[in-house]
Design a protein around this ligand. Structure first.
Ligand code: GLU
Length: 449
């Protein structure tokens, strides 16, 4: 299935494979970008001469550390913490923190690498980084989560700062975890440095609409893709994988913009409600009760729960993968195409496998890659930093309006760049090239960094 890379890019990719053995997700993310850069090197040969791509593929700094902590019974646990400070050409490192047992260096590097281009696309002054731990928060008490976050920050605080590196949430990390980390940072640094973390609570420096931003932004982006085809979301059936923060607010905005959302999922299976998902019920089950999505059918008897099957078998016009990496493979893509799906926009990071992306392209399904489609989260984090810097706090309406403007601009930049580089309608090319060019220009201007 592997297509050959441009002869100038192939040695770079081979070097990445050799130097980062076993880091499959990182390889995948790098390859996806390199596949689109051939025409860029032809147009701007100095980028090749100055080895900008090789430099971008190497993180500026990688921090790996021990996180010892005690559970409620007194037992000692040792987890591993990561922070990959990938690129600071456009601003302080910026990117989330993931707590999940699958986390390893390769996962954090793929996320950090994508974050560089995503953050560049927002047009805001943020570099790219990512962090996390193989800690599994499932079933842990509040106290255990707090002790873990404190132990993590006791080590990490010396590497952070509003002008250095600004973490936020990701899978397994929400406002509660950010609160515990911020509290410990404040003690260690003896500084009330609001903009050192984003995704904070509204009472202590957080931004309105940050929680909603990734999901809302994905829908704003999808709307722009449809608009470019003189179409709209109105009346479209929509399937959203996941039921976490991104999925819930993607569903909320899709419904507000006239779509009919009929299915969502968690790691145990999916629910279908042909009358339209009752979002308040999903929020209660997932956010308040923290139960499995199958509980939905207890209150909505006509809905059905399907375990162990991919949600992508549900017929829909619009598919929004909002769960996790590589959740939508070639087999799933075939099902979606056969069932008449016309648009896929990624709310999660790299949820679609390379084979599935190719199938969508061949079938002319509109495809919005995460770097562009889910950039609303980190963009609103940058808006949170702006509010912190001016000690201000904006209304929900104003913040959402700024977010929508940013997503419209990202769409336009991707759309125009794809045209300029000979791949009209290819948002993967548009996002990679536009993001890459912005970072490269800054790097060239700053000399050999
Ligand atoms: N984790 C989110 C992402 O993948 C948000 C990062 C942030 O707000 O810094 O973009």
């Amino acid at each position: 299935m592997n297509r050959t890379l441009d002869e100038r890019l192939d040695p770079i990719y081979r070097d990445v494979l050799r130097r980062n053995a076993g880091e499959e997700e990182f390889h995948q993310a790098v390859r996806e970008v390199l596949e689109t850069l051939g025409p860029v090197l032809s147009k701007y040969p100095e980028l090749g001469e100055k080895k900008v791509i090789q430099r971008i593929c190497e993180p500026e700094r990688q921090i790996i550390f021990r996180i010892p902590w005690q559970d409620d019974s007194g037992e000692i646990h040792i987890n591993r913490g990561f922070r990959v400070q990938f690129n600071s050409a456009l601003g302080p490192y910026k990117g989330g923190t993931r707590f999940h047992p699958s986390v390893d260096l390769g996962i954090i590097k793929f996320l950090g690498f994508e974050q560089i281009f995503k953050n560049a696309l927002t047009g805001l002054p943020i570099g790219g980084g990512k962090g996390g731990s193989d800690f599994d928060p499932k079933g842990r008490s509040d106290d255990e989560i707090m002790r873990f976050c404190q132990s993590l920050m006791t080590e990490l605080y010396r590497h952070l700062g509003e002008y250095t590196d600004v973490p936020a949430g990701d899978i397994g990390v929400g406002q509660r975890e950010i609160g515990y980390m911020f509290g410990q940072y404040k003690r260690m640094a003896n500084r009330y440095e609001s903009a050192v973390l984003t995704g904070k609570g509204l009472d202590w420096g957080g931004s309105r609409a940050r929680k909603e931003a990734t999901g809302y932004g994905t829908v704003f982006f999808a709307q722009q893709m449809l608009k470019a085809k003189s179409d709209s979301l109105e009346g479209k059936t929509c399937v959203v994988s996941g039921s976490g923060n991104v999925a819930v607010y993607a569903m909320e905005k899709a419904i507000q913009r006239g779509a009919k959302v009929i299915a969502c999922s968690d790691s145990s299976g999916y629910i279908v409600d042909e009358k339209g998902i009752d979002l308040d019920l999903v929020k209660r089950i997932k956010e308040v009760e923290r139960r499995r999505i199958s509980a939905y059918t207890e209150s909505r008897k006509h809905a059905k729960f399907v375990g162990q099957q991919p949600i992508w078998e549900v017929k829909c016009d619009v598919a929004l993968p909002c769960a996790t990496q590589n959740e939508l493979n070639g087999k799933h893509a075939k099902l979606l195409v056969e069932n008449g799906c016309i648009l896929v926009a990624e709310g999660a990071n790299m949820p679609t496998t390379p084979e599935a992306i190719r199938l969508f392209r061949d079938a002319e399904v509109l495809f919005g890659p995460g770097k562009a489609a889910n950039a609303g989260g980190v963009a609103t984090s940058a808006l949170e930093m702006q509010q912190n810097a001016s000690r201000d706090s904006w209304s929900f309406e104003y913040t959402e309006q700024r977010l929508e403007e940013i997503m419209v601009n990202i769409h336009r930049r991707c759309y125009e760049t794809a045209e300029e580089f000979g791949s009209p309608g290819n948002y993967v090319v548009g996002a990679n090239v536009a993001g890459f060019l912005k970072v490269s220009r800054a790097m060239l201007a700053m000399g050999l960094i």
